[in-house]
Design a protein around this ligand. Sequence first.
Ligand SMILES: NC(=O)c1ccc[n+]([C@@H]2O[C@H](COP(=O)([O-])OP(=O)(O)OC[C@H]3O[C@@H](n4cnc5c(N)ncnc54)[C@H](O)[C@@H]3O)[C@@H](O)[C@H]2O)c1
Length: 251
Amino acid sequence: MKLKGKVALITGAGLGMGRATALLFSQEGAEVIINDLNKDDLETTLDMLEGNNNSSYIGDISESDIVKDMFKEIETKYHKIDIVVNNAGIGRFSGDGENGEIQEMEDVGWKGVMGVNLDGTFFVSREAVRLMLKKETKGSLINISSTSAFSGEGPLHYCTSKGALLSFTRALAVDLGSKGIRVNAICPGPTATRMLEGIPDEWVESMVSAIPLGRVGQPEEVAKTSLFLASEDSSFFTGQTLAANGGSFMI
Ligand SMILES: NC(=O)c1ccc[n+]([C@@H]2O[C@H](COP(=O)([O-])OP(=O)(O)OC[C@H]3O[C@@H](n4cnc5c(N)ncnc54)[C@H](O)[C@@H]3O)[C@@H](O)[C@H]2O)c1
């Protein structure tokens, strides 16, 4: 029960790593708030959670006002937030061409991926930090980046957004250290979720052939890394990047 008494928000928890993280956190005693765009997926995740004081919130994290409303509800119901996993992310958006290459990319495609992966993380983190500071909570923020931030493999906007998340993590960790709020990032490698299903087979094969452990990751392996960063086990970690990637890129 590493998270007993803690309130945790996980964005993009309808499926994949977000769902696995919500499950693990609830098993570790946290009261869990899950967010996603998809109502049915969110309800399925909510039904799977342990405990009886969890909540779901349907909403697009790339919309600042929606995020503000979500935090108003969180404050009213839970009075605090201890842990945020900025997990919601997308790899493609309509209008970004067939392979996400610069010559094919429309403004809407670029802004769509940046809007979720980067703006969304900013909007959620800002509201979380406001609430943490108000309640003097020594919280933990965890940003799900990607090994693509280092390797450059993947659509241009995706790699760019995930790289920016690492700088965001470090700058925020410096700003918030004196308040006892820790900020860390995780770089998963290729992981068996719906997102991976959307990537062309030849990209996946090439990625797997370059993984020393010889396989893709499981969402539960990323969830365990988030648990470490959320719990007191990582009490002296901030501004760091942990790569749950089978060795595909050694940082
Ligand atoms: N799967 C991989 O191989 C891989 C590798 C590296 C990093 N990642 C990152 O891990 C995170 C989780 O990815 P996953 O593989 O579990 O993906 P997934 O597609 O299975 O799940 C992502 C969830 O986020 C939700 N979401 C998307 N846009 C949203 C928005 N605007 N607001 C709220 N929710 C939104 C989706 O509905 C979905 O349920 C993402 O940030 C992704 O970039 C994934």
